[in-house]
Design a protein around this ligand. Structure first.
Ligand SMILES: *[C@@H]1O[C@H](CO)[C@@H](O)[C@H](O)[C@H]1NC(C)=O
Ligand SMILES: *[C@@H]1O[C@H](CO)[C@@H](O)[C@H](O)[C@H]1NC(C)=O
Ligand SMILES: *[C@@H]1O[C@H](CO)[C@@H](O)[C@H](O)[C@H]1NC(C)=O
Ligand SMILES: *[C@@H]1O[C@H](CO)[C@@H](O)[C@H](O)[C@H]1NC(C)=O
Ligand SMILES: *[C@@H]1O[C@H](CO)[C@@H](O)[C@H](O)[C@H]1NC(C)=O
Ligand SMILES: *[C@@H]1O[C@H](CO)[C@@H](O)[C@H](O)[C@H]1NC(C)=O
Ligand SMILES: [Ca+2]
Length: 579
């Protein structure tokens, strides 16, 4: 029989333990004692590297994936190395909530572009939910260095350690170390559940999938607009340049913007609610012909700024004129997606109503004409990752349709196991009970929205081959749900469809699902800008599509086969399956 004195003593001890303040535990000595030194074979954590600091009453501003918050945190930076490698050092940054705010949660965060972290900017998104939240530098030398800064050890020589760290190793190591460090730091008993999560978008979305496809480190993941199917994704950034070169027409940006504005205006009402948001880009594809824009007048005032995603800075003169047949032909060919010289489909493309992110042109004030350059992330991919040359030298002159296809093939083969990130069998993660909320802006201009639909479909068809489409979709939606975000661009609300919503509380929804089994039927979202700021929306889970009825009075998520079909591309240029 347990004596009441003993019970009291244990209760008193527990009370003492819980009474620890941030200042009690946010010390170098306490952190060093909590380091999980033996958690991973082949890794040595450097105790002397630890840098610890407490920050009180920190106010973080709202991001697209979480709201504003004020909290105390303990920042812990540490370094580890891989045994047997020279000059190897990986930095981890963890923000830990105060002991009385800790809710038995851990969150990994990722990067964007060629970065594996987002500095500190994603960390509040976990601490505000009582989660220890981590970021890694991938071993690239500092949190400010990107993978493409270190990918080449020299011209012609790949730094394979950096490549594989970026591909998937670094995140796995951070999760394993971060979770055990969290347990040690907060004195968690072995039987206490630590809920582990992930949240990131774009390249960070790809990083998320790199883990979900291999490990069961997390109970749930929020993955946004993943830049996966990497070889295809990077080369497709060159497709708009190819189109302009083929048609020998380099539209003034204003002409393409006018075509965009007319597309949005025409397609907005097709979803049943005229609100400036194209919630059904599939109906836009089915029912709107951009030829209707030909002859419409456009005007844009002179401005200085950047032209196009990742393109060079420039000054643009005032532009005015009428939309040309060639301008519309460029727009249509971009939306029609990458084809080879035989006219076979190589890759999918953006949805109509997306800004023309890859079709930027620059004004040559000497000749008075517009031109395009094959710079940006697509050119970088070819120069650096295929040619292995540290320079931005890709010329428009070398672009041909078959060259683009060959570049995809080369990158696909070379990096299939490390960057492609489309492994469609998620049985390890699913078997451990993992959940996924996958979101993607329906007007994304950098990672085509159809890319996410294709992957969801690959997982469905590989994991539920014997079920009908709807039964397989239902089975998959039990643990992996995809939500398209009306009007949203790349990982944020659109600048052109400002009344569109964004699902800012997705991690909270995921936590409810994982910890309390509240499955999100629809995903709550909010308008974050403009005149309708604060308006609540519900996003439909794929393959259901939004539709308003009775003049916008009632809202439904409907099943529409013709619309679903527009999202499925027959990539008949390839003999291999493109997952
Ligand atoms: C915390 O910061 C807010 C403003 O960000 C301030 O109003 C409040 O007084 C601060 N609280 C403490 C305890 O310092
Ligand atoms: C990131 O957080 C750490 C710990 O609070 C801080 O020392 C550092 O200055 C922050 N970095 C930036 C760029 O704010
Ligand atoms: C963990 O336990 C130690 C020893 O009892 C205690 O000093 C420390 O404050 C505890 N940590 C937390 C976060 O409660
Ligand atoms: C396109 O629409 C936006 C408003 O969303 C407007 O500011 C811009 O001037 C329009 N551009 C053209 C070329 O019509
Ligand atoms: C601009 O046009 C001039 C005159 O045609 C030409 O010599 C020059 O190479 C062009 N510059 C660029 C960057 O295309
Ligand atoms: C790598 O090759 C490019 C293109 O030839 C050249 O401009 C650059 O200087 C080379 N870099 C080094 C470090 O040799
Ligand atoms: Ca609408």
């Amino acid at each position: 029989m347990v004596s009441s004195a003993f019970v009291l003593a244990v209760a008193a001890l527990a009370a003492t333990v819980q009474a620890a303040t941030l200042d009690d535990v946010c010390t170098s000595a306490y952190v060093k004692a909590a380091l999980p030194l033996d958690v991973l074979t082949g890794i040595t954590i450097d105790s002397s590297s630890v840098v610890v600091s407490a920050t009180k009453n920190y106010s973080s501003s709202a991001g697209d994936f979480f709201g504003a918050a004020t909290f105390d945190y303990c920042a812990v930076q540490l370094a580890y190395s891989h045994n047997g490698l020279s000059d190897d050092q990986v930095l981890l940054m963890f923000w830990l909530p105060a002991p009385d705010e800790f809710q038995n949660r851990y969150l990994s965060t990722g990067g964007g572009g060629m970065a594996i972290n987002s500095g500190n900017s994603s960390l509040p998104g976990g601490v505000m939910y009582g989660a220890v939240t981590g970021a890694t530098d991938g071993g690239f030398g500092s949190f400010d260095l990107d993978e493409d800064d270190v990918f080449l050890a020299a011209n012609g020589t790949i730094d394979y350690e950096a490549l594989y760290m970026f591909g998937y190793k670094a995140h796995h190591e951070m999760s394993v170390i971060g979770k055990q460090f969290t347990r040690n730091f907060f004195n968690m008993t072995e039987s206490t559940k630590l809920y582990a999560y992930y949240q990131a978008c774009s390249e960070g979305g790809r990083e998320g999938w790199s883990q979900i496809q291999r490990y069961d480190d997390w109970d749930g993941a929020v993955v946004g607009a993943p830049a996966f199917r990497y070889a295809h994704q990077q080369v497709q950034h060159l497709w708009s340049d190819m189109v302009m070169k083929n048609l020998d027409y380099f539209p003034p940006p204003c002409e393409l913007t006018k075509i965009l504005n007319l597309t949005i205006a025409a397609c907005d009402p097709l979803d049943g609610l005229t609100d400036g948001v194209v919630s059904r880009t599939d109906l836009c594809k089915l029912h709107y012909d951009m030829d209707q824009a030909i002859g419409e007048t456009y005007y844009c005032a002179a401005e200085s700024g950047s032209s196009g995603f990742g393109k060079r800075q420039s000054t643009t003169p005032a532009q005015s004129g009428k939309v040309t047949a060639k301008g519309v032909a460029v727009a249509k060919a971009i939306i029609a997606g990458m084809k080879d010289s035989q006219g076979q489909q190589v890759y999918l493309s953006y949805q109509p109503s997306s800004t023309w992110g890859d079709a930027g042109t620059t004004y040559n004030s000497t000749s008075g004409t517009w031109y395009a350059s094959a710079s940006g992330i697509g050119g970088d991919w070819v120069d650096r990752y295929l040619e292995l040359i540290d320079s931005e030298s890709l010329s428009m002159d070398v672009l041909t349709e078959d060259k683009l296809k060959a570049w995809i093939y080369e990158g696909w083969q070379r990096y299939d196991s490390v960057l492609q990130t489309t492994w469609p069998d998620l049985s390890v993660y699913h078997g451990a009970g993992g959940k996924i909320l996958h979101v993607h802006g329906e007007s994304d201009f950098s990672v085509p929205t159809a890319s996410s639909v294709r992957y969801w479909e690959s997982v469905r068809s590989v994991m539920y081959p014997d079920l009908s489409y709807t039964a397989g979709a239902a089975a998959l939606n039990d643990w992996y749900r995809l939500y398209l975000i009306p009007g949203a661009g790349h990982c944020s609300p659109s600048t052109d469809q400002t009344n569109g919503p964004f699902p800012q509380t997705t991690l909270e929804v995921l936590i409810e699902w994982v910890e309390k089994d509240v499955k999100p039927n629809t995903l709550p979202a909010t308008v974050l800008q403009g005149s309708e700021k604060g308006k609540k929306w519900e996003l439909c889970a794929w393959p259901l599509r939004p539709l308003w009825k009775d003049n916008g009075k009632t809202f439904e998520c409907i099943y529409d086969q013709a619309s679903i079909d527009t999202w499925h591309w027959d990539l008949n240029a390839w003999d291999l399956p493109v997952y």
